[in-house]
Design a binder for this molecule. Sequence first.
Ligand code: UGA
Length: 399
Amino acid sequence: NKNLFFTNDIEESIDKAGIIFIAVNTPTKTKGEGKGMAADLTNIEKCARLIAKSSSSNKIIVEKSTAPVGTGKKIKSVLNSENSKIKFQIVSNPEFLAEGTAINDLMNPDRVLIGGEESEEGDKAVNTIANIYREWLPENKIILTNLWSSELSKLASNAFLAQRISSINSLSALCEKSGADIDEVSSAVGMDSRIGDKFLKVSIGFGGSCFKKDILNLVYLCRHYSLDEVAEYWLQILKINDFQKTRFSENVINELDNNVKNKIISILGWAFKKDTNDSRESGAIDISANLLTAGASLNIYDPMVSKSSIINDLTELWRTQEVDENIIQSRLKRVKLSNNIDESLYNSSCICVLTEWDEFFNYNWEKTKNRPEIIFDGRNFLDTNKLKIIFKKVISLGK
Ligand code: UGA
């Protein structure tokens, strides 16, 4: 039953298709109106133009890319203005897959959201898309909505997930001052079945290509409708995320007697979460940049992220901050990219574990001759009791 084909003849396959999924990326705008906040819809618009140009029969266009509320309407207006002879139905079917668990998320989703235009033809299109999912999902997992609800629900879901992480991270700062333990608070709060225990794990801050981008998108949308208080509410999640990263770097500097010049710090983990080589918006980038700016030298190791990506991430961050090119190069001279954990520990003053890789959890720290006395657990996932026997100081978040 072969039903998966590949082609690079885009025009022909568009014309043959009855349903077309647009799944291109929508990065945050780097110039023009909404710079640094709104989603750049250039790629979606290009797709819509190509579809309009290449179509000779009616089609359902599925908006799969995460895009701001109102994008469906925009796609429709591009399609209609470029090709008025063909009837296009726009359906929003947002993506809820997470990196590393995508196939499982597709086969066993919490829900599938399908939004369409409120008309007889809109209902028909929504039903056609729902039939695809009905092949393997029960009816109660398929939610049918209008176009705008579907688009907004995607942004809202990511904003809620990020909000939980910022909530727990903000409390970790309070725990450090007050003597409470964030892991105990998190499990006590999470046991309330109304709250639930997922996404309450303290960390150096959330990363990845989605949370920040989608919240900025939401904030931009609120401001567009003059809902400044609502915009500020969601923006605070990003402020706490930045605060957590700054706090972490400051704690490291404080622990090294407020002087990191000529000191080597081992950075273990660069990916934004384990089991991926993706480092977009990873907390490790900001933390390392802060430490390098303060004068430290870094030995960085990640099991999957390439050395060139690490250098590129730091360079790009500083370039967006308009740091002088000579200063960037002199800071990069203090970066050493290690091939394994052992190598990264050489001559270092402390270890910062920033990604929850199994390799770090399972590592036999005892066997290293060259280990420093201090280890920071940026994810509270290491076996603290075991480490306390080996290191003079084991510093976890929110303790
Ligand atoms: C996220 C959402 O989880 C998906 O549902 C969504 O479809 C996807 O964005 C998207 O919009 O494309 P993803 O970015 O792959 O998926 O990563 P997550 O597993 O959500 O993790 C995001 C960040 O939050 C990571 O840096 C992770 O370490 C951090 N995190 C997660 C915490 O700090 N604490 C937690 O308790 C959970």
